[in-house]
Design a protein around this ligand. Structure first.
Ligand code: NAD
Ligand code: WQD
Length: 346
Protein backbone atom coordinates (compact mmCIF):
# COMPACT_ATOMS: atom_id res chain seq x y z
CA UNK A 1 0.00 0.00 0.00
CA UNK A 2 2.89 2.34 -0.74
CA UNK A 3 1.94 6.01 -0.80
CA UNK A 4 -1.79 5.34 -0.86
CA UNK A 5 -3.36 8.38 0.79
CA UNK A 6 -5.44 7.88 3.92
CA UNK A 7 -7.16 10.69 5.81
CA UNK A 8 -7.17 10.28 9.58
CA UNK A 9 -9.50 12.66 11.38
CA UNK A 10 -8.62 13.01 15.05
CA UNK A 11 -5.14 11.74 14.16
CA UNK A 12 -3.30 13.67 16.87
CA UNK A 13 -5.52 12.08 19.55
CA UNK A 14 -4.96 8.94 21.58
CA UNK A 15 -6.10 6.14 19.26
CA UNK A 16 -5.59 8.25 16.13
CA UNK A 17 -1.87 8.87 16.75
CA UNK A 18 -1.19 5.17 17.31
CA UNK A 19 -3.10 4.37 14.13
CA UNK A 20 -1.13 6.93 12.13
CA UNK A 21 2.08 5.18 13.23
CA UNK A 22 0.77 1.79 12.10
CA UNK A 23 -0.50 3.20 8.79
CA UNK A 24 2.89 4.77 8.09
CA UNK A 25 4.64 1.52 9.03
CA UNK A 26 2.42 -0.19 6.45
CA UNK A 27 3.48 2.31 3.76
CA UNK A 28 0.40 4.59 3.65
CA UNK A 29 0.71 8.36 3.18
CA UNK A 30 -1.26 9.90 6.03
CA UNK A 31 -3.10 13.21 6.16
CA UNK A 32 -4.25 14.19 9.64
CA UNK A 33 -7.16 16.54 10.23
CA UNK A 34 -7.55 17.58 13.86
CA UNK A 35 -8.76 20.76 15.54
CA UNK A 36 -6.58 20.02 18.60
CA UNK A 37 -9.62 20.29 20.88
CA UNK A 38 -8.39 17.28 22.86
CA UNK A 39 -4.80 16.79 21.74
CA UNK A 40 -1.63 18.76 21.10
CA UNK A 41 0.42 19.52 18.02
CA UNK A 42 3.35 17.73 19.68
CA UNK A 43 1.82 14.45 18.51
CA UNK A 44 3.07 15.19 15.01
CA UNK A 45 6.73 15.36 16.08
CA UNK A 46 6.26 12.32 18.26
CA UNK A 47 4.82 10.31 15.38
CA UNK A 48 7.74 11.45 13.22
CA UNK A 49 10.14 10.43 15.96
CA UNK A 50 8.75 6.88 15.95
CA UNK A 51 8.36 6.34 12.20
CA UNK A 52 10.79 8.82 10.66
CA UNK A 53 7.93 10.20 8.57
CA UNK A 54 6.09 13.45 9.21
CA UNK A 55 2.38 13.10 8.43
CA UNK A 56 0.58 15.93 6.66
CA UNK A 57 -1.35 17.95 9.21
CA UNK A 58 -4.32 20.30 8.86
CA UNK A 59 -5.76 22.13 11.87
CA UNK A 60 -9.37 21.91 10.75
CA UNK A 61 -12.68 21.31 12.50
CA UNK A 62 -14.60 18.49 10.78
CA UNK A 63 -17.78 20.45 11.48
CA UNK A 64 -16.51 23.19 9.10
CA UNK A 65 -17.86 21.99 5.75
CA UNK A 66 -16.01 24.53 3.59
CA UNK A 67 -12.66 23.90 5.26
CA UNK A 68 -13.15 20.15 4.84
CA UNK A 69 -14.10 20.59 1.20
CA UNK A 70 -10.95 22.67 0.59
CA UNK A 71 -8.83 20.10 2.40
CA UNK A 72 -10.15 17.27 0.21
CA UNK A 73 -9.35 19.36 -2.89
CA UNK A 74 -5.84 20.04 -1.62
CA UNK A 75 -5.06 16.35 -1.01
CA UNK A 76 -6.63 14.98 -4.15
CA UNK A 77 -6.60 11.18 -4.40
CA UNK A 78 -7.42 10.18 -0.82
CA UNK A 79 -8.47 6.52 -0.97
CA UNK A 80 -9.84 5.97 2.52
CA UNK A 81 -10.84 7.84 5.65
CA UNK A 82 -10.56 6.76 9.26
CA UNK A 83 -12.91 8.96 11.24
CA UNK A 84 -11.79 9.23 14.86
CA UNK A 85 -12.58 12.92 15.43
CA UNK A 86 -15.27 13.16 18.11
CA UNK A 87 -15.80 14.32 21.65
CA UNK A 88 -15.70 11.32 23.97
CA UNK A 89 -16.29 12.23 27.62
CA UNK A 90 -19.47 10.49 28.76
CA UNK A 91 -20.09 12.82 31.75
CA UNK A 92 -19.49 15.98 29.72
CA UNK A 93 -21.92 14.74 27.09
CA UNK A 94 -24.68 14.62 29.71
CA UNK A 95 -23.99 18.27 30.57
CA UNK A 96 -23.47 19.50 26.99
CA UNK A 97 -25.59 17.28 24.75
CA UNK A 98 -25.88 19.77 21.90
CA UNK A 99 -22.13 20.17 21.72
CA UNK A 100 -21.80 16.38 21.48
CA UNK A 101 -24.47 15.92 18.82
CA UNK A 102 -23.07 18.84 16.80
CA UNK A 103 -19.48 17.71 16.97
CA UNK A 104 -19.90 13.97 16.59
CA UNK A 105 -22.85 13.84 14.21
CA UNK A 106 -22.24 16.93 12.05
CA UNK A 107 -18.56 16.07 11.61
CA UNK A 108 -19.50 12.66 10.22
CA UNK A 109 -22.30 14.10 8.05
CA UNK A 110 -19.89 16.57 6.41
CA UNK A 111 -17.48 13.79 5.60
CA UNK A 112 -20.17 11.49 4.19
CA UNK A 113 -21.49 14.39 2.12
CA UNK A 114 -18.06 15.27 0.75
CA UNK A 115 -16.84 11.74 0.04
CA UNK A 116 -18.66 11.23 -3.29
CA UNK A 117 -17.86 14.78 -4.39
CA UNK A 118 -14.17 13.96 -4.02
CA UNK A 119 -14.40 10.39 -5.29
CA UNK A 120 -13.68 8.72 -1.93
CA UNK A 121 -15.44 5.43 -1.31
CA UNK A 122 -14.07 4.00 1.92
CA UNK A 123 -14.58 4.99 5.54
CA UNK A 124 -13.71 3.33 8.83
CA UNK A 125 -15.76 4.61 11.74
CA UNK A 126 -14.75 4.59 15.43
CA UNK A 127 -17.64 3.03 17.26
CA UNK A 128 -17.82 1.61 20.73
CA UNK A 129 -18.99 -1.35 22.79
CA UNK A 130 -21.15 1.23 24.54
CA UNK A 131 -23.76 0.53 21.82
CA UNK A 132 -24.44 -2.88 23.45
CA UNK A 133 -25.21 -1.46 26.92
CA UNK A 134 -25.37 -4.39 29.34
CA UNK A 135 -25.55 -7.32 26.92
CA UNK A 136 -27.86 -10.23 27.72
CA UNK A 137 -25.27 -12.75 26.51
CA UNK A 138 -21.52 -12.68 27.16
CA UNK A 139 -19.17 -12.55 25.39
CA UNK A 140 -21.04 -10.12 23.17
CA UNK A 141 -21.11 -10.64 19.40
CA UNK A 142 -21.79 -8.10 16.67
CA UNK A 143 -25.31 -9.52 16.31
CA UNK A 144 -26.31 -8.56 19.84
CA UNK A 145 -29.13 -6.01 20.02
CA UNK A 146 -28.26 -2.35 20.32
CA UNK A 147 -29.54 -1.16 23.70
CA UNK A 148 -30.94 2.33 24.39
CA UNK A 149 -27.99 4.66 24.92
CA UNK A 150 -27.35 5.77 28.48
CA UNK A 151 -25.60 9.03 27.53
CA UNK A 152 -25.65 11.54 24.68
CA UNK A 153 -22.10 10.39 23.84
CA UNK A 154 -23.26 6.78 23.49
CA UNK A 155 -26.22 7.96 21.47
CA UNK A 156 -23.94 9.79 19.02
CA UNK A 157 -22.18 6.49 18.31
CA UNK A 158 -25.50 4.74 17.66
CA UNK A 159 -26.76 7.62 15.50
CA UNK A 160 -23.52 7.75 13.51
CA UNK A 161 -23.68 4.00 12.86
CA UNK A 162 -27.27 4.41 11.65
CA UNK A 163 -26.40 7.35 9.42
CA UNK A 164 -23.65 5.34 7.73
CA UNK A 165 -26.05 2.40 7.35
CA UNK A 166 -28.73 4.62 5.78
CA UNK A 167 -26.26 6.25 3.38
CA UNK A 168 -25.05 2.87 2.18
CA UNK A 169 -28.61 1.53 1.89
CA UNK A 170 -29.46 4.57 -0.24
CA UNK A 171 -27.21 3.11 -2.90
CA UNK A 172 -24.26 5.43 -2.38
CA UNK A 173 -21.04 4.03 -3.81
CA UNK A 174 -19.55 3.69 -0.40
CA UNK A 175 -17.93 1.01 1.74
CA UNK A 176 -17.67 1.24 5.46
CA UNK A 177 -16.28 -0.71 8.37
CA UNK A 178 -17.55 0.06 11.86
CA UNK A 179 -15.04 -0.89 14.53
CA UNK A 180 -16.61 -1.27 17.94
CA UNK A 181 -13.79 -0.79 20.41
CA UNK A 182 -13.96 -2.22 23.89
CA UNK A 183 -11.75 -0.43 26.48
CA UNK A 184 -8.58 0.86 24.80
CA UNK A 185 -5.64 1.24 27.20
CA UNK A 186 -1.85 1.42 27.15
CA UNK A 187 0.61 3.30 25.01
CA UNK A 188 3.14 2.84 22.24
CA UNK A 189 6.18 0.80 23.43
CA UNK A 190 8.41 3.81 22.67
CA UNK A 191 6.41 5.80 25.26
CA UNK A 192 6.42 8.65 22.71
CA UNK A 193 2.63 8.66 22.39
CA UNK A 194 -0.15 7.68 24.78
CA UNK A 195 -3.32 8.89 26.42
CA UNK A 196 -3.42 12.54 27.51
CA UNK A 197 -6.48 13.05 29.69
CA UNK A 198 -7.43 16.64 30.43
CA UNK A 199 -8.00 17.29 34.16
CA UNK A 200 -9.03 14.47 36.47
CA UNK A 201 -9.22 11.26 34.43
CA UNK A 202 -12.57 9.54 34.36
CA UNK A 203 -11.17 6.35 32.81
CA UNK A 204 -9.66 3.70 35.02
CA UNK A 205 -6.13 3.21 33.67
CA UNK A 206 -5.10 6.89 33.46
CA UNK A 207 -6.43 7.27 37.01
CA UNK A 208 -4.33 4.30 38.09
CA UNK A 209 -1.11 5.60 36.49
CA UNK A 210 -1.68 9.13 37.83
CA UNK A 211 -2.25 7.71 41.32
CA UNK A 212 0.84 5.52 41.08
CA UNK A 213 2.97 8.51 40.10
CA UNK A 214 1.61 10.55 43.00
CA UNK A 215 -0.63 12.99 41.17
CA UNK A 216 -3.75 11.55 42.83
CA UNK A 217 -4.02 10.47 46.44
CA UNK A 218 -5.87 7.23 45.85
CA UNK A 219 -7.99 5.41 43.36
CA UNK A 220 -11.68 4.96 44.04
CA UNK A 221 -13.03 1.58 42.98
CA UNK A 222 -16.61 2.15 41.97
CA UNK A 223 -18.43 -0.73 43.64
CA UNK A 224 -17.54 -4.21 44.91
CA UNK A 225 -21.10 -5.49 45.15
CA UNK A 226 -21.69 -6.42 41.51
CA UNK A 227 -22.63 -9.91 40.49
CA UNK A 228 -19.07 -10.78 39.40
CA UNK A 229 -16.41 -13.07 40.86
CA UNK A 230 -14.84 -10.35 43.06
CA UNK A 231 -17.76 -7.91 43.04
CA UNK A 232 -16.06 -5.26 40.85
CA UNK A 233 -17.04 -4.47 37.24
CA UNK A 234 -15.59 -6.40 34.34
CA UNK A 235 -14.34 -4.91 31.06
CA UNK A 236 -12.36 -6.01 28.03
CA UNK A 237 -9.18 -3.93 28.05
CA UNK A 238 -7.63 -3.75 24.59
CA UNK A 239 -4.06 -2.62 23.87
CA UNK A 240 -4.09 0.59 21.83
CA UNK A 241 -1.41 -0.61 19.38
CA UNK A 242 -3.37 -3.81 18.74
CA UNK A 243 -6.43 -1.63 18.22
CA UNK A 244 -4.52 0.63 15.83
CA UNK A 245 -3.53 -2.39 13.74
CA UNK A 246 -7.20 -3.34 13.32
CA UNK A 247 -7.68 -0.03 11.47
CA UNK A 248 -4.87 -0.80 9.03
CA UNK A 249 -6.46 -4.18 8.29
CA UNK A 250 -9.87 -2.55 7.85
CA UNK A 251 -8.50 -0.02 5.36
CA UNK A 252 -6.69 -2.74 3.41
CA UNK A 253 -9.83 -4.89 3.36
CA UNK A 254 -11.82 -2.08 1.77
CA UNK A 255 -9.08 -1.08 -0.70
CA UNK A 256 -8.62 -4.69 -1.80
CA UNK A 257 -12.40 -5.06 -2.31
CA UNK A 258 -12.52 -7.96 0.11
CA UNK A 259 -15.69 -6.95 1.91
CA UNK A 260 -18.56 -9.41 1.91
CA UNK A 261 -21.03 -6.53 2.09
CA UNK A 262 -20.55 -2.76 1.80
CA UNK A 263 -21.13 -2.23 5.52
CA UNK A 264 -19.33 -4.46 7.97
CA UNK A 265 -18.97 -4.27 11.72
CA UNK A 266 -16.33 -5.80 13.98
CA UNK A 267 -15.83 -6.04 17.72
CA UNK A 268 -12.28 -5.11 18.66
CA UNK A 269 -11.49 -6.60 22.03
CA UNK A 270 -9.34 -9.32 23.57
CA UNK A 271 -12.20 -11.71 24.27
CA UNK A 272 -11.22 -11.72 27.93
CA UNK A 273 -12.90 -9.89 30.79
CA UNK A 274 -10.82 -8.36 33.59
CA UNK A 275 -12.29 -6.96 36.79
CA UNK A 276 -11.26 -3.63 38.26
CA UNK A 277 -9.63 -5.39 41.23
CA UNK A 278 -7.79 -7.82 38.93
CA UNK A 279 -6.49 -4.89 36.91
CA UNK A 280 -5.23 -3.16 40.04
CA UNK A 281 -3.40 -6.25 41.19
CA UNK A 282 -1.91 -6.85 37.72
CA UNK A 283 -0.68 -3.24 37.69
CA UNK A 284 0.98 -3.63 41.09
CA UNK A 285 2.57 -6.89 40.03
CA UNK A 286 4.13 -5.67 36.78
CA UNK A 287 5.25 -2.26 37.99
CA UNK A 288 6.11 -3.08 41.61
CA UNK A 289 4.45 0.21 42.52
CA UNK A 290 2.01 0.46 45.39
CA UNK A 291 -1.42 1.68 44.42
CA UNK A 292 -3.54 3.08 47.23
CA UNK A 293 -7.23 2.51 46.63
CA UNK A 294 -10.55 2.50 48.41
CA UNK A 295 -13.85 0.86 47.58
CA UNK A 296 -16.61 3.43 47.13
CA UNK A 297 -20.18 3.27 45.88
CA UNK A 298 -21.18 2.36 42.34
CA UNK A 299 -20.72 5.00 39.61
CA UNK A 300 -24.04 5.94 38.10
CA UNK A 301 -24.54 4.57 34.61
CA UNK A 302 -21.83 1.89 34.86
CA UNK A 303 -22.68 -1.44 33.39
CA UNK A 304 -21.75 -4.54 35.35
CA UNK A 305 -19.76 -6.55 32.87
CA UNK A 306 -18.93 -6.70 29.19
CA UNK A 307 -16.34 -8.40 27.09
CA UNK A 308 -16.06 -9.09 23.41
CA UNK A 309 -16.53 -12.04 21.21
CA UNK A 310 -13.95 -11.01 18.59
CA UNK A 311 -14.19 -14.21 16.56
CA UNK A 312 -15.43 -12.25 13.53
CA UNK A 313 -12.48 -9.84 13.62
CA UNK A 314 -10.13 -12.83 14.05
CA UNK A 315 -11.48 -14.85 11.15
CA UNK A 316 -12.73 -12.21 8.70
CA UNK A 317 -10.42 -9.25 9.31
CA UNK A 318 -7.44 -11.44 10.18
CA UNK A 319 -6.89 -9.43 13.35
CA UNK A 320 -5.95 -10.68 16.78
CA UNK A 321 -5.17 -8.97 20.06
CA UNK A 322 -1.54 -9.84 20.71
CA UNK A 323 -0.45 -8.02 23.86
CA UNK A 324 -1.03 -9.35 27.34
CA UNK A 325 -2.71 -7.17 29.94
CA UNK A 326 0.61 -7.05 31.82
CA UNK A 327 2.53 -5.73 28.79
CA UNK A 328 -0.21 -3.21 28.18
CA UNK A 329 -0.28 -1.92 31.75
CA UNK A 330 3.50 -1.62 31.71
CA UNK A 331 3.30 0.45 28.52
CA UNK A 332 0.75 2.76 30.19
CA UNK A 333 3.06 3.13 33.19
CA UNK A 334 6.14 3.88 31.05
CA UNK A 335 4.14 6.51 29.17
CA UNK A 336 3.00 8.14 32.41
CA UNK A 337 6.56 8.21 33.76
CA UNK A 338 8.03 9.67 30.56
CA UNK A 339 5.21 12.21 30.27
CA UNK A 340 5.68 13.51 33.82
CA UNK A 341 9.46 13.62 33.42
CA UNK A 342 9.09 15.67 30.23
CA UNK A 343 6.61 18.05 31.90
CA UNK A 344 9.04 18.61 34.81
CA UNK A 345 11.85 19.38 32.32
CA UNK A 346 9.68 22.12 30.79
P1 NAD B 1 -9.13 11.63 21.64
O1 NAD B 1 -9.93 12.72 22.25
O2 NAD B 1 -7.78 11.37 22.17
O3 NAD B 1 -9.01 11.82 20.06
C1 NAD B 1 -10.00 12.48 19.31
C2 NAD B 1 -9.31 13.54 18.48
O4 NAD B 1 -10.28 14.18 17.67
C3 NAD B 1 -8.65 14.62 19.34
O5 NAD B 1 -7.33 14.81 18.89
C4 NAD B 1 -9.51 15.86 19.10
O6 NAD B 1 -8.73 17.05 19.15
C5 NAD B 1 -10.06 15.58 17.72
N1 NAD B 1 -11.35 16.20 17.42
C6 NAD B 1 -12.50 16.17 18.16
N2 NAD B 1 -13.48 16.81 17.53
C7 NAD B 1 -12.97 17.25 16.36
C8 NAD B 1 -13.48 17.97 15.26
N3 NAD B 1 -14.76 18.41 15.23
N4 NAD B 1 -12.68 18.25 14.21
C9 NAD B 1 -11.38 17.83 14.21
N5 NAD B 1 -10.83 17.15 15.22
C10 NAD B 1 -11.62 16.86 16.28
O7 NAD B 1 -10.03 10.30 21.72
P2 NAD B 1 -9.67 8.79 21.42
O8 NAD B 1 -9.72 8.05 22.70
O9 NAD B 1 -8.46 8.71 20.58
O10 NAD B 1 -10.95 8.36 20.60
C11 NAD B 1 -10.97 8.36 19.20
C12 NAD B 1 -12.30 7.86 18.72
O11 NAD B 1 -12.56 6.57 19.25
C13 NAD B 1 -13.49 8.72 19.15
O12 NAD B 1 -14.43 8.74 18.10
C14 NAD B 1 -14.05 7.96 20.33
O13 NAD B 1 -15.42 8.23 20.51
C15 NAD B 1 -13.82 6.54 19.89
N6 NAD B 1 -13.75 5.60 21.01
C16 NAD B 1 -12.87 5.81 22.02
C17 NAD B 1 -12.83 4.93 23.10
C18 NAD B 1 -11.91 5.18 24.25
O14 NAD B 1 -12.16 4.64 25.32
N7 NAD B 1 -10.85 5.97 24.12
C19 NAD B 1 -13.66 3.80 23.09
C20 NAD B 1 -14.53 3.60 22.02
C21 NAD B 1 -14.56 4.51 20.98
C1 WQD C 1 -13.72 1.01 33.59
C2 WQD C 1 -14.11 0.39 34.90
C3 WQD C 1 -15.50 1.77 36.32
C4 WQD C 1 -12.52 4.85 37.08
C5 WQD C 1 -15.94 4.35 29.10
C6 WQD C 1 -17.07 4.85 28.26
C7 WQD C 1 -17.26 3.98 27.05
C8 WQD C 1 -15.95 3.82 26.28
C9 WQD C 1 -14.81 3.46 27.18
C10 WQD C 1 -15.89 5.31 24.43
C11 WQD C 1 -15.56 0.65 35.28
C12 WQD C 1 -14.16 1.51 36.96
C13 WQD C 1 -13.17 3.72 36.62
C14 WQD C 1 -12.20 4.95 38.45
C15 WQD C 1 -13.18 2.78 38.81
N1 WQD C 1 -15.57 5.01 25.62
N2 WQD C 1 -13.49 2.71 37.47
N3 WQD C 1 -12.53 3.90 39.26
O1 WQD C 1 -16.84 3.07 31.89
O2 WQD C 1 -16.05 0.95 30.74
O3 WQD C 1 -16.22 3.01 29.47
O4 WQD C 1 -14.75 4.33 28.31
O5 WQD C 1 -16.67 4.84 23.69
O6 WQD C 1 -18.23 4.59 26.27
O7 WQD C 1 -18.25 4.83 29.05
O8 WQD C 1 -14.43 2.80 31.16
O9 WQD C 1 -12.27 3.35 32.17
O10 WQD C 1 -14.29 4.72 32.82
O11 WQD C 1 -14.12 2.38 33.61
O12 WQD C 1 -13.46 1.88 39.58
O13 WQD C 1 -11.65 5.94 38.92
O14 WQD C 1 -13.34 0.99 35.95
O15 WQD C 1 -16.51 1.71 37.26
O16 WQD C 1 -16.04 -0.51 35.90
P1 WQD C 1 -15.98 2.42 30.90
P2 WQD C 1 -13.72 3.42 32.43
Amino acid sequence: MDNVKVLVTGGTGYIGSHTVVELQNAGFEVIIVDNLSNSTIESIARIEHITGIKPHFENIDCVDYVAMDDMFSKYEGIKAIIHFAASKAVGESVEKPIMYYRNNVNGLMNILDLMPIHGIRNIVFSSSCTVYGQPDVLPVTEDAPIKPATSPYGNTKQICEEIIRDVIHSGAEMNSILLRYFNPIGAHPSAEIGELPVGIPSNLVPFITQTAIGLREKLSVFGDDYNTSDGSCIRDYINVVDLAKAHVLAVKRMLENKQDVALECFNIGTGKGTSVLELISAFKKVTGVDLPYQIVGRRSGDIEQVWADSTKANSVLGWKAESTIEETLLSAWRWEQKLRASLIEK
